[in-house]
Design a protein around this ligand. Sequence first.
Ligand code: C5P
Length: 232
Amino acid sequence: MTTPRDRLIVALDVQDATTARAMVDRLAGHVGMFKVGTQIFTAAGPDFVREVIARGEKVFLDLKFHDIPNTVAGAVSSAGQLGVSLVDVHALGGKDMMEAAVGALPATGIRLIAITILTSHEEETLGTIGVSGSVADSVRRLAVLSREAGADGVVASPQEVALVREACGPDFLIVTPGIRPVGSSRGDQSRTATPAAAVAAGADYIVVGRPILEATDPAAAADAIVRELTGR
Ligand code: C5P
């Protein structure tokens, strides 16, 4: 069974292993998973990922693989060996690439999700890279393609959760960043939702970075989000 705490993924967007380790110490037991993205992975590498997993925590390896199918399959296979729980690829890499990624997953314990359209893109910027139509149409098309390729789900902004849920059905995983608890600063996120609103719209997991990382008491900030998800 998925508990409200399981649904909370904290983005370890910090500069170095020492800072990340200190944050894991403070948050272990208060969140469901730690997201290791390109910033901390480039600084601290796979050893840091192994260390977090060795202490019994789950890791979402958010490296957004996008390469030829054979290379992405190799990268996903390495992620499987690290023991991460979630890994992602860019759906724009195409169906063959996603199928190769799915084929490289170990039999159990890891799920693969796809990035559709980055939330930093708008219709005009999509046009400049040759993608026509609205952002919503592209998100829907790429989510369906990801599901057809065998991916377990997608990353979707709060605004896209409902359309992905509608297009891909109830069992497709939706992981949602851009979460801002009531009263917290938006930072550079423009399309945001509260934790409860994102889950009510259909998100399975929420990704929260700065509202937890920059809190005076990160564990208390995480607990407050879990309480909000529990409805108390
Ligand atoms: O600090 P904040 O809560 O905005 O962090 C959100 C996290 O989710 C960051 O790690 C960011 O890279 C990631 N993310 C996002 N929008 C996406 C995909 C990932 O904000 N579309």
